[in-house]
Design a protein around this ligand. Structure first.
Ligand code: CO
Length: 134
């Protein structure tokens, strides 16, 4: 059911430093930072030939990733995002398999303007999983 790896998201304490690390040290193409107040994060997109890395910094202490950063002050991988063709069909299947969804279980518009859902890390090998309809 899941398709391509759309992105890996990494929460960082300093977005400029994270962007410089990927741009200068790793030699990747890194976008200008963009704020997503509705998601409580500021993001740079790192474009790789086969996927993307998203570096996220909390916009303020109410950000959904603020607590994660407090627990991982040096930064850490936050989630992986897999593409699906039909997010509602994917949700039905997940729920039928007993997987838990985060939030109210209704798809939200993600950072790419597409519907996304988040799945509980305890049901997915300890990793927060985002599904994005493409
Ligand atoms: Co994501």
């Amino acid at each position: 059911m899941i398709g391509r790896l759309n992105h890996v998201a990494i929460v960082v304490p300093d977005l400029a430093a994270g962007a410089a690390c990927y741009r200068d040290t790793l030699g990747a193409k890194v976008s200008a930072p963009r704020s997503f107040p509705e998601h409580g994060v500021r993001v740079v997109f790192v474009e790789l030939p086969n996927t993307k890395i998203e570096l996220l910094e909390p916009l303020d202490e109410n950000s959904p990733v603020a607590g994660f950063l407090a627990n991982n002050p040096a930064g850490a991988m936050h989630h992986v995002c897999y593409e699906v063709d039909d997010i509602i069909a994917a949700r039905e299947r997940m729920v039928k398999q007993g997987a838990r969804l985060l939030g109210d279980g209704e798809p939200k518009t993600g950072a790419h303007g597409k519907p996304v859902l988040f799945l509980h890390p305890k049901d997915f090998c300890g990793t927060l999983v985002e599904l994005e309809q493409v």
